[in-house]
Design a protein around this ligand. Sequence first.
Ligand code: NAP
Length: 374
Amino acid sequence: MISYPSLPSLIWMPRTSLRATLWRMIGRVAIVTGANCGLGFEVTKRLCAQGHDVILACRNEDRGMAAVERICTEQEDALASYMHLDLADMSSIHNFVDNFHETGKPLDLLVNNAGVFHTTPGPRRLTKDNFEDTMGINHLGHFLLTHLLLGDLISSAKENGESTIVNVTSALHDSKLKVRRHETQPIDLDNFFLEKPGTYNGYQAYKNSKLANVLFTYELAERLKKTGVIVNCVCPGFVPETSLGRDAGVVSRFFLNYVLYYFLRYKNIVKTVGEGADAIMDCATRTENKGETGKFFKNRKEEKSSEESMDETLRKKVWDMSVLYCHLQDRALPPPALTLPKKTRVRISVTPSPEDDDSEGDQPKSFNPGKLKA
Ligand SMILES: NC(=O)c1ccc[n+]([C@@H]2O[C@H](COP(=O)([O-])OP(=O)(O)OC[C@H]3O[C@@H](n4cnc5c(N)ncnc54)[C@H](OP(=O)(O)O)[C@@H]3O)[C@@H](O)[C@H]2O)c1
C-alpha cells in the first residue's frame, strides 16, 4: 500500500529518508536476481505490471538490458532497470549492493531466483571465490546478497509494516526424489563443496544447494521474527521450458520440450513458465500470506519440506558455515534470544542429587542443568 507523507514531515526529513520516501510514493521497490530469462523474467514482468519499480539483477549486461527493453516495449510505463550482479563473485555482490544504495531507493521485496543446474557429467566448476559453483551461486551468493540488504528490508518493514524475501528453491532439495534415475544423498557437511574424489555430480550439487535455500529460509525467518520481514521459499514446479537445463544438449532438450513435454503436461507433471512465475508471485505479493514466515510453498500452497530440511542442528550448522564463507562474522544476524511468553509462569524446581551435600556451608552450589524441571 502506498502511504503519502505530510508536507512538514517531508521538509524536516533527512536527505536519505526523503529520497526513500519519494520512491515509496511511486510504489514498492523490488530486486529480482536472474531476471533476464526464465522464471525471473516472467516474475519481473508481473511485478512491473503491478506498478513495482523492479531492478533486474543479472550477470550479463546485454541480456539484462535486452530484458529491460522487452518489458518496457510491452508495458510503456514499466519501472524496470538493469543492475549488474554476478552471484559467482563476492566482490560483484558487494558492488551491486553499493550501487543499489547509491540510488537511494528503499527495498520492499527481494526475490532470490537466479540459479544454475549442471545436468551433464563434467568437472566441478568453481566461482571466482573458489566455491563449487552450484552451491556458490544458488546458496552462498544469495546468502551474502540477502545479508547486505537486510538493513534496507528491515527499514522498509518498519515504515510499511512488512517487507518480503522469497527464496526460489526446488522440490529436488529432497534426496528421496529421483530425477532421471539420478539418486542423491543427504548433505555431508564435511564435503559441502563435493570436493572429495568421486562425490561430485550436478544433481547432488543442485540438491544440496536447494536444500541450503530451504534451511536458510527457516533460520533467517526465525532470526527476523518481530522485524516484520517475511521470509519464505517456493518450488515453482517442473518448468522444462526455461534455460535451467541449458547444458543438457540439444537432442535431449528437444526430446523433453517437444516430445515428452505434451505427455508430461497431460499428466500435469510440468508447469508452464507463467504457472511457475505465478507460484513465485504468490509468495512475493499474496496478501493472504501476510505475516506467514518461514514456510515452504509448492503447488501454490504451503507444504511440508523434506525431513532433512527440518533438522534444526543441520540448519544452524549450514548457517554458521555460510557466515564464515561469506566473511559475515561481524554483521550476521544473531540467533533469536530465548524469550518466554509474558503470561507463562514457569516453576523451576531443583531436585537435590545424592552428590549434593551441605558440607560447603555458605558456598554457592554448583549448577547442574540436568536437575532442572520446568
Ligand atoms: N525450471 C525448473 O524446472 C525449476 C524447478 C524448480 C526450481 N527452479 C528454480 O527456479 C530458479 C530460476 O530458474 P529458471 O528455470 O528460470 O532457469 P533459467 O532460465 O536458467 O534462469 C536462471 C537465471 O539465473 C541467472 N544466473 C545464473 N548464474 C548467475 C550468476 N552467477 N549471477 C547472476 N545470475 C545468474 C541466469 O542468467 P544467465 O541467463 O546470464 O545465465 C538466468 O537469468 C532457479 O533458482 C531454479 O533452481 C526451476
